[in-house]
Design a protein around this ligand. Structure first.
Ligand SMILES: N[C@@H](CCC(=O)N[C@@H](CS)C(=O)NCC(=O)O)C(=O)O
Length: 211
């Protein structure tokens, strides 16, 4: 298996943490794609992932998964222990719900704020083969949405230990990476969010958080 990664970027980190939780670090070859040098735009990577994004995972028989969730799905089904996408039907659905909410309201909100404000992302407000101009209002809206997402983590963690319930899952990986990604905007969990902070510290203490 080959994993197309970028050490500095948050989306591939979603898969790096997942790989680490599964104990697969030594089973997968990593290919670094330097996004700062725009290597994702080069013809050889374009042929691998026409959407020009990392992570991308390639199996030995040539199948390719072009999003973090495609990579997760494949790794979960081929290496079921420990389960990170839920154990039974109920838990799988709860994890799917928590991942969707976290991606929409958290991860993509940080991306919206960053990509619409960062000088280095002029005309690259969205990933992919087409250029899109930045919209300053979306930058501001994104920051407000991130703070709402932080409130959601706090209220979730006041009721349960993990994003999807009683068990650590990929939803926690995504929420954790989202909080660290928000640091790029200098946005941090509010001091009053003690439940969210307790959860964050517990995830940060896992060996997978170091990748
Ligand atoms: N939802 C996609 C998002 C992938 C994505 O946006 N990756 C970013 C890095 S965090 C990327 O490849 N950016 C390339 C660019 O900015 O042109 C996934 O999780 O795979």
């Amino acid at each position: 298996m080959k994993f197309y990664d970028c050490a500095a970027a948050p989306s591939p980190r979603l898969v790096r943490m997942f790989i680490a939780e599964k104990g697969l670090n030594n089973a997968i070859e990593t290919v670094e794609v330097d996004l700062r040098a725009k290597e994702q735009m080069e013809d050889n990577f374009r042929a691998i992932n026409p959407f020009l994004t990392v992570p991308t995972l390639e199996t030995d028989d040539g199948a390719r998964f072009l999003t973090s969730q495609g990579c997760w799905r494949y790794l979960e089904d081929t290496h079921p222990d420990p389960a990170l996408l839920g154990h039974d039907a109920t838990e799988k659905a709860l994890v799917a719900d928590a991942i969707w909410r976290t991606e929409q309201d958290g991860f993509l909100a940080v991306g919206e704020a960053l990509r619409n404000t960062a000088k280095g992302m002029k005309d690259r407000a969205l990933t992919g083969p087409h250029n899109h101009a930045q919209i300053a209002e979306l930058g501001e809206r994104g920051k407000r949405r991130v703070m709402h997402f932080f409130d959601l983590i706090e209220s979730t963690m006041s009721k349960q230990p993990y994003m999807a319930g009683e068990t650590f899952s990929a939803a926690d990986i995504m929420a954790f990476v989202t909080v660290e990604f928000a640091g790029w905007l200098k946005l941090t969990l509010p001091e009053t969010s003690t439940n969210a902070q307790r959860w964050f510290d517990a995830v940060k203490a896992r060996p997978s958080a170091a990748v």
